[in-house]
Design a protein around this ligand. Structure first.
Ligand code: NAD
Length: 497
């Protein structure tokens, strides 16, 4: 008997008996549940609930909203074990990795608790004779979020806590591949005191997404997922004049300089390339070695470390790397490894055909390492989203910078060096949104904002942090005069100055 995951609308769990699709445990390959895919009518019901909840929530004092958010943060901490188990069971990532994801999400909630400070607006006294002028940041109304499978708890928490703290109401469409943790989190928000209808969750596929995109009620859309879909969301939202931020895919490079602390660089690359089985938008998937001497040492050291990597079920916390999310994802990654071999790259470690005892049907691919990869190969050009690290050899840092800048993605990057001047030049010249200096996964903390460049982000504003307050509010500027009694002014036809 498997349970069917439905939706969360108007503060209630909703099952409509509509279309469903199975949810798999990627560590075992077994079906562990089913998820209902919302119809147009179900999504419209969620939008209607969000619309109905908006007037009262908009007028709820920000400090009262913050009290709800604060209780919500405490509930997330109390129920962390249960949430992480749900993440691991459906996504496959190891429990300690799920814990890291949830912690980052909680930090976004903590940031949201302080948003009243950022809603205060701006004021100018005597902007003109007896004229005062001020700007307010007002909510947009009903806003929507569409999120990917790879951070089922964290990415939704990038969005809706900020949005609702700004006074909006929200419809979330999470990934249909691992929906359970999101629904549990929505229930916790209710338990914390979030009024019914302020946060609604609809599970579903393209039908649900298109209903959100084409709704006249939805004012803005936040999206995180792959680049082709991000581009589609951005262009569709623009057609109806919706505000949109659409974060896409990545191919994150890391330059290893000849003066780098190689042991540190190797440890950092292992975690950044193979943590979460490479299914992170900030995963390092290209190591750019400056000079053959560095490349030879780097490849030898990585090869040694990979031999000791513990691969297995995500629910066993002693493992270091779990499976890929679905059988299709596994087959896709294997297809890229095949292509890399065919296209002439040197396969140093082959993760195909890995056997995990007791989990023979799990979607595992072992850590894979390619050397002597060139920019024309598909293992270099494409986002593989799996445990595949490719080494590209260059002769200088400048050549490495030009390589990175020519790539279509610009999410994250990192340089390993002991040279401050080189690091400073690199961070200035590189066309990438998030840069690490000896930091392999430079994911900004919650009070900065997260966003890539080029085809990694469509839109002007990044996710969470200060940008999210600007994204989820619109400025209204009010200019006011209270003339002294008895003062009468004549007609003026010139522009006021
Ligand atoms: P995806 O693009 O397949 O799905 C993302 C969301 O879009 C899901 O909710 C899905 O249901 C929906 N969707 C899928 N196909 C659609 C279609 N044809 N029309 C409308 N909606 C559709 O992405 P994914 O596989 O869930 O996640 C992995 C991708 O997300 C990777 O490319 C990764 O780099 C990216 N990602 C980016 C960031 C970032 O911050 N830039 C963060 C996490 C993940």
């Amino acid at each position: 008997m498997t349970t069917t995951i439905g939706h969360f609308i108007g503060g209630e769990s909703v099952l409509t008996g509509g279309r469903t699709q199975p949810i798999y445990n990627p560590s075992t390959g077994e079906v562990c549940g089913a998820v209902e895919l919302a119809s147009v009518a179900t999504v419209e019901q969620a939008i209607a609930n969000a619309k109905a909840a908006y007037p009262e929530w908009r007028n709820t004092p920000p400090a009262k909203r913050a009290q709800v958010m604060f209780r919500f943060k405490m509930l997330l901490e109390e129920r962390a074990d249960q949430i992480c188990e749900l993440i691991s069971r459906e996504h496959g990532k190891v429990l300690h990795d799920a814990r890291g994801e949830l912690q980052r999400g909680i930090e976004n909630v903590e940031y949201a608790c302080g948003i009243p400070e950022l809603l205060k607006g701006e004021h100018s006294r005597n902007a003109g004779p007896a004229i005062d002028s001020w700007s307010e940041f007002q909510p947009l109304g009903v806003v929507a979020g569409i999120t990917p499978f790879n951070f089922p708890a964290m990415v939704p928490l990038w969005m809706w806590p900020s949005a609702v703290m700004c006074g909006n109401t929200f419809v979330l469409k999470p990934s249909e591949r691992d929906p359970s943790s999101v629904l549990m989190i929505a229930q916790l928000a209710m338990e914390a005191g979030l009024p019914a209808g302020v946060l609604n969750v609809v599970n579903g596929d393209k039908e649900a997404v298109d209903t959100l995109l084409h709704s006249d009620t939805v004012q803005a859309v936040s999206f995180v997922g792959s680049t082709p879909i991000a581009h589609y969301i951005y262009t569709e939202a623009a057609k109806s004049g919706k505000r949109c931020q659409a974060l896409g895919g990545a191919k994150n490079h890391s330059i290893v300089m000849p003066d780098a602390d190689l042991d540190n660089a190797v440890n950092a690359l292992m975690g950044a390339a193979y943590g979460s089985c490479g299914e992170r938008c900030m995963a390092i998937s290209v190591a750019v070695a400056v000079g053959d001497e560095v490349a030879d040492k780097l490849v030898a050291a990585l090869k040694g470390k990979i031999a000791g990597l513990k691969v297995g079920s995500g629910l066993d916390n002693s493992n270091e790397m779990g499976p890929l999310v679905t059988a299709q994802a596994r087959d896709r990654v294997v297809g890229y490894i095949d292509a890399g071999v065919e296209q002439g790259a040197e396969l140093v470690v082959d993760g195909r055909g890995i056997k995990v005892p007791g989990h023979e049907n799990g979607y595992f691919v072992g850590a894979t390492l390619f050397d002597r990869v060139t920019p024309d190969m598909s293992i270099y050009t494409d986002e593989i989203f799996g445990p595949v690290l490719v080494v590209v050899r260059v002769n200088s840092m400048q050549e490495g910078i030009e390589l990175i800048n020519a790539h279509e993605y610009g999410n994250g990057t990192c340089i390993f060096t002991r040279d401050g001047e080189a690091a400073r030049y690199f961070s200035d010249q590189i066309l990438v949104g998030m840069v690490g200096i000896n930091v392999p996964l430079p994911v900004p903390v919650s009070y900065h904002s997260f966003g890539g460049w080029k085809r990694s982000l469509f839109g002007d504003l990044s996710a969470y942090g200060p940008d999210s307050v600007r994204f989820y509010t619109r400025r209204k500027t009010i200019t006011q005069r209270w003339p002294s009694s008895g003062v009468r002014e004549g007609v003026t036809y010139s522009f006021p100055s």
